[in-house]
Design a protein around this ligand. Structure first.
Ligand code: ADP
Ligand code: MG
Length: 140
């Protein structure tokens, strides 16, 4: 296994319900380190670019609207196998199908308002981190 970095986002439904700390507690329990973190609000253009891969999906414009509806917390997580470790603790996209103990099962509201994002591959993690952080903002 290798030490990896992944991009995490705490989505507007979670920041609105004061769940930033609850999400971070579940992240840190896995052993992953939060090596960068900032609270921001995305513009429509930033959200459209981030979710470009979903452009053709029926939920795309709703998703862009949701992700720009309030503050988000963008993070870089680091650790052994970080991409898969974080996907595992996030749980399935639909909170109703997510396993007990996962962030989405314990904290999320719906398939859209599902509290967190995590990169799905090493290539996408690198792209997503570069879109959201300057190198000097990441302190590993
Ligand atoms: P994941 O976040 O688990 O990687 P996807 O990449 O498939 O899931 O989808 C990106 C985001 O789009 C989801 O996290 C969720 O917020 C939203 N989404 C996915 N599927 C749906 C859907 N069927 N209806 C509404 N929103 C959805
Ligand atoms: Mg995804």
């Amino acid at each position: 296994m290798a030490v990896e970095r992944t991009l995490s986002i705490i989505k507007p439904d979670a920041t609105a319900r004061n769940q930033t700390g609850a999400v971070n507690a579940l992240i840190e329990k896995t052993g992953l380190r939060i090596i960068a973190q900032k609270r921001v609000r995305w513009s429509k253009a930033q959200a459209e670019k981030f979710y470009e891969v979903h452009k053709a999906r029926p939920f795309y414009s709703d998703l862009v609207g949701f992700m720009t509806s309030g503050p988000i917390v963008v993070q870089v997580l680091e650790g052994e196998n970080a991409i898969q470790v974080y996907r595992d603790v996030m749980g399935a996209t639909d909170p109703a199908k997510a396993a007990p103990g996962t962030i989405r099962r314990e904290l999320a509201e719906s398939i859209e308002r599902n509290s967190v994002h995590g990169s799905d591959s090493a290539a996408n993690a690198a792209i997503e981190i570069a879109l959201n952080f300057k190198p000097e903002e990441i302190v590993g």
